[in-house]
Design a binder for this molecule. Structure first.
Ligand code: NAP
Length: 315
């Protein structure tokens, strides 16, 4: 199978490229604006797939030309402006990348007969529900990131391309010192004995990015379409997440302090309960997705691997 990963230098993109390159006999083409050199953690990927430095939609003709040459069976869109603060400060970029680009890609995949997986987020919800959100629940995004991601979902569904739109909450390592992921921030803080405050009232169903990728491609192979949730089998507060991760890594809890999201009164407001129910996808694939414990063990394993290769990419 030929897989095109848009946003291959990101958290999800790196995991998708790794899955494509190491599982089965997939040909992988990765695209993102930065010249991808990869962190040492992903160093073994070098030479296993092709990367092209392109920015879309501004280099749309070049993207189409590349896709014509590569002839993907499936395109995974992992490109986004995925940081809440960046989205508030760069409205136009958030609109183009999160809301408009997904529809363009879906229409392009429909034209070329390729499958399309578009990735969305739990942040399309308002966090006011007491039970995990299902695919049937109405969206009510509270900030620019959530609103533009919700519009991107709709643009893909409107393109009637038979695409998969998958909401998730992923955790893992990206290898960019300048912009650590949540997991990187916790692990690095623990390792450096830096105190950190984690919320006891903010619940998510974060899943290990490698498990997400495996399940997303499995849904695509089953020719499923439309809106799906693929996240952790269960959910947990950010505080519990950090506390158990500290334990998995063999650190004490003295650095991990309890905080409350509701005390911060953040603008824009952050929804506090964003657990996703993945029941429909789990039943369709006939297996449970990683639970929080499995996700934390996978993160601890990755971190220990990275500790052996300490010179992360600094770009
Ligand atoms: N991380 C999470 O916690 C989380 C949770 C839920 C959902 N998601 C969703 O998962 C997806 C991937 O998120 P992520 O965390 O992997 O994001 P990320 O690490 O920030 O990666 C974003 C990727 O998009 C690329 N990109 C940015 N502008 C581009 C452009 N104009 N053209 C092509 N590529 C461009 C980036 O390339 P450069 O490096 O060159 O800029 C990078 O490869 C997003 O749709 C996000 O909404 C993420």
């Amino acid at each position: 199978m030929k897989i095109l990963v848009l946003g291959d230098s990101g958290l999800l993109g790196q995991a998708a490229v790794a899955w494509g390159a190491f599982h089965g006999t997939h040909d992988v083409l990765g695209i993102s604006p930065s010249a991808y050199t990869g962190s040492p953690y992903w160093g073994e990927l070098r030479g296993k797939y092709e990367h092209s430095a392109l920015s879309v939609p501004d280099q749309w003709d070049a993207y189409r030309w590349l896709a014509d040459q590569f002839k993907p069976d499936i395109v995974l869109n992992a490109a986004a402006l995925a940081d809440l603060k960046d989205c508030e400060e760069n409205l136009l970029k958030a609109k183009v990348l999160n809301a408009e680009l997904p529809g363009l890609l879906a229409a392009d995949c429909r034209e070329r007969g390729a499958g399309f997986i578009h990735v969305s987020t739990d942040q399309v919800f308002d966090g006011k529900k007491a039970l995990s959100y299902t695919e049937e629940d109405p969206t009510n995004p509270q900030h620019v990131y959530g609103k533009t991601k919700r519009d991107g979902e709709q643009a893909v569904l409107d393109a009637k391309s038979g695409a998969l739109v998958i909401r998730t909450n992923i955790v893992g390592f990206r290898g960019r010192l300048s912009k650590p992921t949540f997991a990187e921030w916790i692990c690095e803080s623990l390792a450096a004995s830096k105190p950190m405050t984690l919320f006891t009232d903010y619940y998510v169903s974060s899943v290990y990015v490698g498990d997400f990728v495996k399940n997303a491609f499995a849904l695509a192979e089953k020719k499923t379409a439309g809106l799906w949730h693929v996240a952790s089998h269960d959910f947990v507060s950010k505080y519990e997440f950090g506390a158990v991760l500290a334990k998995e890594l063999g650190f004490g809890l003295s650095q991990v302090q309890r905080g409350c999201l509701r005390d911060l009164n953040l603008k824009p407001p952050r929804p506090a309960f964003l657990a996703l129910s993945s029941v429909r996808a789990e039943q369709t694939l006939g297996r449970n997705f990683f639970n929080i414990g499995e996700t934390l063990r996978a993160l601890a394993r990755d971190f220990k691997l990275r500790q052996g290769e300490k010179n992360y990419a600094s770009h």
